[in-house]
Design a protein around this ligand. Structure first.
Ligand SMILES: Nc1ncnc2c1ncn2[C@@H]1O[C@H](COP(=O)(O)OP(=O)(O)OP(=O)(O)O)[C@@H](O)[C@H]1O
Ligand SMILES: [Mg+2]
Length: 401
């Protein structure tokens, strides 16, 4: 079988830039193999990033502005797809996650809901999730000439799922082990885990996945706050490493409902964004924490929320944790995680042959490939969906130009 050359495009809740992965894919499930030919992160133009973050924070936007923002994001995604191919034979398919600007898990209607009430003759759907990604696949297909799969989350939401996390099935086929149980822990803006038992009978049915809570989102916002925007993140976690965590605050923050909610569950900047950080900063004032202490305390929240969720929601602790995403480069965070996980080995996915920086982009390339083969991409145990479904909407390209 010839490998299929696919581009995966992803920009997550950190809104730091577009991760582009050019991969060759063969096989379908346990024989699935992915070779990364090229991987690059293309930072957003500063103005566009600011606009996205403002919209994520709830700034009002007109329909005209929304359409413009959608197209502006699609254009930079299309440019990323074109750039990543330079020096390589062209890809036949793009899987583009787009940019999430809003995510609401199922059953989360606000009290001011304008939906028909239960007494209304119009049936009220069972509080479905809502997840909005901008960067239209139609525009990417048009600009690149390459068939583009986008809007991956809606098909899962249509069958009652959160539409997130969507990477667990890909993780399962690329990172499972015959004898070893593993947690694949992505630390993006939000953290998410895939638990994969050793590959014995019925292992697929025992895979679990959920969003663990904040990853880098609060840390990044705090760094921007303390540096007046001069820095966007704490490189290698060295600033946090010079501080001391305030444990009473970590305990207090861990009492947040989200951490106690059993999976399936998903979250976003709506919960762990600017408002949450402002609350944290207020709490820190009472303890007169220095900026370094604040960063250490927020890091501890990320780490403790990950470890607690394994202890509370997994049938057993994994034998190994494999980190990926930008947060896997935060050495302080990694050290703290290793310490709290005690006897569990912590590595990055790089150390088992899968790029930690581009794993999420690679996952969307695989999901697009599965879409074209008619293979389901979601894992109901992770998203809460009623059934497995093929993910993504197809936008046909008219040939490479
Ligand atoms: N060297 C580093 N040291 C510390 N933190 C880093 C480093 N490099 C990246 N990061 C962190 O990683 C973040 C970007 O990670 P990533 O792109 O995986 O997140 P994301 O865009 O939210 O993606 P996703 O939602 O797919 O997980 C940065 O905002 C920063 O906080
Ligand atoms: Mg990113």
């Amino acid at each position: 079988m010839h490998p299929t050359r696919v581009i995966g495009l992803m920009s997550g809740t950190s809104v730091d830039g577009i991760d582009a992965a050019l991969v060759e894919i063969v096989g379908t499930d346990l024989d699935l193999k992915v070779e990364l030919l090229a991987g690059e992160t293309y930072p957003y133009p500063a103005q566009l990033r600011e606009r996205i973050l403002a919209v994520c924070t709830g700034e009002a936007i007109s329909m005209t502005e929304l359409a413009e923002l959608d197209d502006a994001i699609a254009v930079v995604f299309a440019q990323a797809a074109q750039n990543i191919q330079i020096g390589h034979p062209p890809a036949v398919l793009i899987g583009s996650h787009g940019q999430t600007v809003y995510h609401r898990p199922p059953e989360f209607y606000s009290s001011t809901s304008i939906l028909p009430s239960k007494e209304s003759p119009v049936p009220n759907p069972q509080s479905p999730g809502y997840s909005l990604q901008l960067g239209r696949g139609a525009v990417i297909a048009r600009l690149t000439g390459i068939t583009t799969i986008s809007n991956f989350r809606v098909a899962d939401i249509a069958v009652g799922g959160h539409g997130a996390p969507l990477v667990p099935r890909v993780d399962a086929y690329l990172l499972s082990h015959p004898q070893e149980s593993r947690c694949i822990q992505n630390i993006g803006g939000i953290g998410n885990v895939t638990y994969i038992p050793a590959r014995h009978n019925h292992w697929l049915g025992q895979i679990r996945g959920w969003d663990t809570g904040p990853g880098n989102s609060l840390l990044d916002l705090a760094v921007q706050h303390f540096t007046n925007g001069a820095k966007s993140y704490d490189e290698n976690g060295s600033w946090a490493a010079s501080g001391t965590p305030c444990y009473p605050l970590v305990e207090k923050w861990l009492s947040h409902d989200y951490f106690h909610l059993p999976p399936p569950k998903s979250t976003g900047r709506e919960l762990f964004g600017l408002t949450y950080l402002q609350q944290c900063l207020q709490d820190c004032q009472a303890y007169q924490l220095t900026p370094a202490d604040v960063l250490a305390t927020i890091t501890e929240l990320t780490v403790a929320s990950i470890v607690d969720s394994y202890r509370n929601f997994l049938p057993q602790m994994p034998q190994r944790v494999l980190l990926c995403g930008g947060g896997s480069r935060n050495l302080y965070l990694k050290d703290r995680l290793e310490l709290l996980l005690k006897s569990v080995t912590v590595l990055t996915t790089d150390e088992v042959g899968l790029s930690a920086a581009f794993k999420e982009a690679i996952a969307f390339a695989v999901l697009a490939y599965w879409r074209q083969l008619g293979i389901p991409g979601n894992l109901p145990a992770a998203t809460g969906a009623d059934q497995e479904v093929v993910l993504g909407e197809v936008h046909h390209g008219i040939g490479n130009r």
